[in-house]
Design a protein around this ligand. Structure first.
Ligand code: GEK
Length: 248
């Protein structure tokens, strides 16, 4: 079964805004979110499909798969469609009430057969994680304050079963100044090629300042190892957007 995640076209930053407010996942964003994320995150659809395949491989019978920062449920749906393990539950969590409401509507159609889905409106830092075979953080950690990231990943590690997987997708930063400038330029060219104007790109960039905090792959790898993960590697990268696999 495929459920369309189509949406209205994102034009939230198309007109000049006198004051640019900090980016928030509110009703206006929810309405255009599928279009926004697909035209802003290079490789988004590829990553979503791969999350389904990875979940099918790692989901264990009688275990839980977590989609933390689930937005409209794209990764949850991919997992639901691919997991064949018996008595497996998918737990989808997001702290935006507007996202969760639309996510519930999107995923209501996916009920019946396969892993049972539960959707919760909560801060991912506050939920208990246990009996997990798969945890997905698909472009969510970048919105968690830096000071909380280590404790959060340690909680995830502790809640994973031996051999469990964390799929962590993030916008990356680079230590090398030329690489950093190039990757940001290429991302902006990607967005232009997707139809965004210079004004949209620059206003969105201002809105995300201090809201989305990217880190280097080395910083992520070090933190994942400190949390206890046996290994952490990039399985996909498209300019400054990457998806990593961490194994317990
Ligand atoms: C996807 N994973 O389509 N607790 C719960 N949710 C949070 C928190 C938090 N502390 N901080 C941010 N969020 C999705 C895409 S979007 C990425 C994820 C992006 C939620 C926030 O409300 C939003 O829905 C999501 O994390 C980030 O596969 O828009 O770049």
């Amino acid at each position: 079964m495929t459920i369309s995640m189509q949406s209205a076209k994102d034009s939230l930053y198309a007109s000049p805004l006198g004051e640019i407010n900090a980016f928030a996942f509110d009703e206006t964003v929810v309405k255009v979110f599928p279009d926004m994320i697909q035209r802003s995150v290079p490789g988004y659809n590829t990553i979503i499909s791969a999350i389904g395949l990875l979940a099918a491989r790692f989901a264990k019978e009688d275990s839980v798969c977590y989609d933390l920062g689930c937005s409209l449920g794209a990764a949850t749906l991919a997992m639901h469609q691919q997991i064949t393990a018996k008595n497996c539950r998918i737990f989808a969590v997001d702290c935006s009430a507007a996202m969760v409401e639309q996510c519930r509507q999107n995923l209501a159609v996916a009920s019946g057969g396969g892993a049972e889905i539960e959707i919760l409106c909560a801060d991912v830092r506050d939920i208990a994680i246990s009996n997990a075979s798969v945890v997905v953080l698909n472009f969510t950690l970048q919105f968690i304050p830096l000071a909380d990231r280590q404790a959060f990943l340690t909680t995830i590690y502790q809640g994973l079963l031996p051999g469990g997987i964390l799929i962590l997708s993030e916008k990356l930063a680079f230590d090398d100044v030329r690489q950093q400038a190039l990757q940001i330029d290429m991302h902006h060219l990607f967005k232009k090629a997707q139809g965004y104007s210079e004004l949209e790109i620059s206003q969105k960039r201002s809105a995300l300042e201090n809201v989305l905090i990217p880190e280097t792959f080395a910083a992520h790898q070090q933190r994942l190892k400190a949390a206890g993960f046996a290994s952490a590697e990039v399985w996909f990268q498209y300019f400054n957007f990457a998806s990593m696999i961490a194994l317990k």
